[in-house]
Design a protein around this ligand. Structure first.
Ligand code: ADE
Ligand code: ZN
Length: 325
């Protein structure tokens, strides 16, 4: 019953790395299409390799998997598969992140990546009536200078990019490292998001707010260690894009029963539920809702609040948000 309610609940997905939606079956198909060798003999062997102790464990495998993505058609097929799957979960609007540096560093032109994604977005609208937006994420283990070069490279497509983000290895790469490039992105009319408080301390969440002036916090779990920060996030109505199955697989929580999603809502935080890297973490967005609904006993009211937060926290225009909530 709750299962049907969850799939039927119209929702937005706000935290999804398109490279993290690469299912092993598609990885093999693209490896064959592009003549790329992969270090696995079977789909089962790939899935067996997805046992992570922390964020970096996952990132090493995730960046290696992205090597099969070579052409515009690959990025198109990847994103179409995600949009089809998300539509089946009741997603009516998706704000998808992509990591251009993961590809341009391998010699794949920026244009191939973004044009493939944009054509898939048009197809999602035609097939499912699904709206979508692009978030261009900078890899925080690289330099700010490299992020600036990526922003520059994106110039011809800036009208089609809604926001910039910050992802990859968090600890040791605080938000303040990217203060200037985020200010430049803001100056070019882009919205701003950043992963903060996934593995990094509450101080990184504060920096994302104070130094980067982000519009949303991706994850934000460790904010809960700092009562004054929680109070501020609640007061400012800051949206947190929480990813329960990711948190479980990357050991941010030990057990799904320990997930703080209901504590976040109880403290007035504008939490949302998202899948992060569904092909790697064992579930798409409805699976994430189901997992916390079962583990934390969320009722329909709480589930509806989470879905409503996904629209109010989106970058849709106010009239479109009003039409969804
Ligand atoms: N890139 C893809 N998924 C990520 C995550 N959960 N945290 C940081 N960087 C990521
Ligand atoms: Zn993420």
């Amino acid at each position: 019953m709750t299962q049907d309610f969850i799939a039927a609940l119209p929702k937005a997905e706000l935290h999804l790395h398109i490279e993290g939606s690469l299912e092993p079956e598609l990885m093999f198909a693209l490896a064959a299409r592009n003549g790329v060798a992969i270090p696995y003999a079977s789909v089962e062997e790939v899935r067996a390799a997805y046992a992570f102790s922390n964020l970096q464990d996952f990132l090493d495998i995730y960046y290696a998997g992205a090597d099969v993505l070579r052409t515009r058609a690959d990025f198109h097929d990847l994103a179409v598969a995600y949009f089809d799957r998300a539509a089946a979960d009741g997603v009516v609007h998706a704000e998808i992140m992509f990591d251009p540096q993961t590809h341009t560093a391998r010699g794949i032109p920026f244009a191939e990546v973004i044009e493939g994604l944009l054509s898939a977005m048009a197809e999602a609208e035609a097939r499912h009536g699904m709206t979508s937006a692009l978030i261009m994420s900078f890899l925080r283990h690289l330099s700010e200078e490299e992020a600036f070069a990526t922003l520059e490279e994106a110039t011809p497509w800036l009208e089609r990019i809604t926001a910039v983000g910050l992802d990859s290895s968090e600890v040791g790469h605080p938000p303040e490292k990217f203060a200037r490039v985020f200010a430049a992105a803001r100056g070019r009319g882009l919205k701003l998001v950043a992963h903060a408080g996934e593995e990094g301390p509450p101080e990184y969440v504060r920096q994302a707010l104070d130094v980067l002036a982000v519009d949303r916090i991706d994850h934000g779990n460790r904010s809960l260690e700092d009562a004054a920060l929680v109070e501020r996030l609640a007061r400012e109505g800051m949206t947190l894009t929480v990813c329960p199955l990711s948190n479980l697989k990357l050991c941010v929580v030990d057990r799904i029963e320990d997930h703080p999603i209901d504590a976040m809502l109880a403290q007035g935080l504008r939490a949302t539920i998202n899948s992060d890297d569904p092909a790697y973490f064992g579930g798409y967005v409805a699976d994430n809702y189901r997992a916390v609904a079962a583990a934390r006993g969320l009722d329909r009211h709480a589930l509806a609040t989470l879905a409503r937060n996904s629209f109010t926290g989106s970058f849709l225009p106010p009239d479109a948000i009003a039409a969804h909530v």
